[in-house]
Ligand binder design. Structure first.
Ligand code: ADP
Ligand code: MG
Length: 461
């Protein structure tokens, strides 16, 4: 992504480049030696960009385990070394494990690599395909329409798939991309990436090539379109891209966390385009689907590790029942239980599982509103009494709202209880604060960063 010429390798070194050894050092400190040496130590730095890094891990299992448990904390550790990083990607890279990172190292080969990285966001993940997409009641229709779209281009145009997080939208879109890339020019991008590229092109005066680039796709797949909410300039560009593609009969596939008519702060003309093809929702998995996915995970495990994950039937059943209706979390739970089973060297009982899973969603972490208030006021260098005071100036009101928001998200306290803790405010004030921050998080990266940092400060130690 970065503009790098052969000569500028040295200037790259002047950028703040992560020193992986010292990052590893801080991992060890903050995670403790045991977790560090079982997991974190084995992560390599593959590539460093200004705003994100690509980390290498040996296996999928490793990746899933690390992402489900440590991703947030890894990110916040990395940000201590380089504040501009706001995202981590993991790459399964058994070969490259001990290689040096490419960014900033004087390796000429990488130059073309980075230059051509305009295509990088078009990466399709070969492991998210139709074959390993498990079908159940909740996702059958979206699966069938995805297949149908591949078999008969432009039949449903656009195909619009929506549903909550972790239900398989990206998986399905990726599968469509893989299938169609055999014969068509496929462009697969998240709305967020699209915006990033858009802004970069404006800055670099490259709008013409930006337009060309996206408009020459026969198949245009855009993930998480809700990201364009409230972003006028981006909507404008998206609208034109959409129309051009549509007119030239390119297939368009879109995912979203909500249906088109619920996309508030999106232009009506866009909403109407989005609903003009087939709109289909992907629902939460029921027990049967969760069970099927677990069975598939078990057989994947057997195939990759040539050993059995040793889960008793009642444990599998318990996970299928207990886990939330989110497939990503289900997989996280599975990984966790298997890993503990391996460590304890005896098959786990349902009771063991209950104990292991207790804190998976941080739910047994007791966070008090007092702590949230103290951390937040310290973070913004304001006094606690000012933060709780009735004064409405923004430098006080925003932190106050963030603290209320965090109290709602991180504690089981009710809205009136939270209100009382904030100098006896009404619960409607708390609702307003939560809504305000939720909205801001979507549009204001600075604020989002602050909230994330606060969260990790509050949840640490
Ligand atoms: P979303 O984009 O809806 O948030 P993802 O597509 O990223 O969700 O899915 C989350 C995780 O769950 C991914 O690892 C994905 O492969 C897996 N997953 C989701 N649905 C299925 C499914 N039906 N079969 C197998 N794996 C699935
Ligand atoms: Mg997704």
């Amino acid at each position: 992504m970065e503009k790098i010429s052969l000569k500028s390798n040295l200037s790259v070194l002047e950028e703040k480049v992560l020193n992986w050894d010292s990052v590893q050092g801080s991992f060890e400190k903050s995670f403790g030696t045991e977790i560090y040496s079982s997991w974190l130590k084995h992560i390599s730095l593959i590539k460093e960009y200004n705003d994100h890094v690509i980390l290498g891990v040996k296996t999928r299992f490793f990746r899933d385990w690390i992402t489900s448990r440590y991703a947030d904390k890894i990110l916040s550790e990395l940000r201590k070394h380089k504040l501009s990083i706001n995202r981590i990607e993991f790459k399964i890279d058994p070969e490259n494990l001990n290689n040096k990172p490419t960014f900033g190292s004087p390796n000429l080969n990488k130059v073309s690599d980075i230059k051509s990285s305009v295509l990088n966001y078009n990466r399709l993940n070969p492991s998210l395909n139709f074959e390993n997409f498990i079908v159940g009641k909740s996702n059958n229709l979206s699966f069938l329409s995805a297949k149908k779209t591949c078999a008969q281009l432009s039949r449903y145009n656009p195909l619009f798939i929506y549903g909550g997080v972790g239900l398989g939208k990206t998986h399905l879109l990726n599968a469509i991309g893989l299938e169609l890339s055999k014969n068509s020019k496929v462009m697969f991008i998240s709305a967020e990436r699209f915006m990033y590229q858009f802004i970069k092109s404006i800055k670099k005066n490259e709008m013409v090539s930006f337009k060309d680039f996206f408009r020459k796709a026969n198949v245009f797949i855009i993930d998480d379109i809700q990201f364009i909410r409230g972003k006028e300039g981006l909507q404008e560009e998206f609208f034109h891209t959409f129309n051009t593609l549509f007119e030239q009969s390119s297939q368009i596939v879109i995912s979203s966390d909500r249906p088109p008519n619920k996309l508030d702060r999106v232009q009506d003309r866009i909403k109407s385009r989005l609903s003009g093809g087939l709109v289909i929702d992907i629902g939460s998995p029921d027990y049967d689907l969760k069970l099927k996915i677990l069975r598939k995970k078990i057989s994947d495990y057997q195939n990759s590790f040539k050993e059995n994950p040793d889960l008793q039937e009642e444990v599998i059943d318990y996970i299928a029942k207990y886990s939330n209706s989110n497939i990503r979390e289900l997989i996280g739970v599975f990984n966790r239980v298997v890993a503990f089973g391996k460590m304890s060297k005896k098959p786990l009982s349902v009771n063991d599982c209950k104990i292991i899973l207790k804190d998976i969603y941080n739910s047994n972490k007791v966070v008090s509103i007092d702590k949230i208030q103290t951390v937040t006021s310290n973070f913004f260098s304001i006094s606690l009494s000012d933060m709780l005071s009735p004064r409405r100036s923004r430098p006080l009101a925003r932190p106050r709202q963030m603290a209320m928001y965090l109290a709602k998200k991180l504690t089981p306290r009710s809205l009136p209880e939270i209100g009382r803790k904030f100098a006896n405010r009404d619960h409607t004030t708390v609702i307003h604060a939560v809504k305000t921050i939720e909205k801001l998080i979507e549009n204001n990266d600075e604020l989002k960063k602050n909230v994330e940092e606060l969260k990790s400060l509050i949840l640490s130690d």
